[in-house]
Write a protein that binds this ligand. Structure first.
Ligand SMILES: [Zn+2]
Length: 162
């Protein structure tokens, strides 16, 4: 489905060069992962990693629950255990965080957000996260609860959805 992209990248086709990939091209092809790792795009799909989730991975506070959700997804994708631990509520944080190296996180889709803004103290983010492993492809669909601890957003817990 994505093989037509090269044809539309011809220089001089004004107005088309910056066009984002057609929605149908996201996920499914091996190109996605390679591009994520090599061209600086954030795993969460929010743009350049340097200006998207990286500041949060380096300790900046996420302004919204959705921003924290994204940074945690990217941390899963990049294997950043410390960020996941630091952004987990002290009440629900697992004693031992075991990242599954065999799981490749391929795409994040935010389905719904409730509150979780700059002026809120709690929020809900529903997301679908596509992954792939030796067992095949799957989707984690979760409605997650977030709250503020010491002014910073943290992940509390979530309900898995079908
Ligand atoms: Zn990001």
């Amino acid at each position: 489905m994505c093989s037509s992209r090269a044809a539309s990248d011809v220089p001089g086709t004004h107005g088309r060069a910056d066009r984002p990939d057609p929605p149908g091209c996201a996920g499914g092809s091996d190109e996605d992962r390679r591009m994520t790792r090599t061209d600086g795009r954030c795993p969460c799909g929010g743009g350049d990693y340097a200006t998207c989730c990286r500041p949060f991975h380096e300790g900046a506070p996420a302004p919204t629950a959705e921003a924290l959700m994204r940074s945690r997804y990217s941390a899963f994708a990049l294997g950043l255990g410390p960020h996941l631990r630091d952004t987990w509520s002290t009440a629900t944080r697992p004693a031992d965080l075991d990242l599954d190296d065999g799981l490749e996180w391929r795409r994040l889709q935010i389905v719904d957000t409730v509150r979780g803004g700059a002026d809120d103290d709690e929020g809900v983010v529903e997301f679908r996260a596509a992954h792939r492993s030796a067992e095949g492809a799957g989707v984690l669909h979760e409605r997650s609860r977030f709250a503020r601890e010491d002014g910073r957003w943290v992940y509390v817990d979530g309900d898995l959805l079908a």
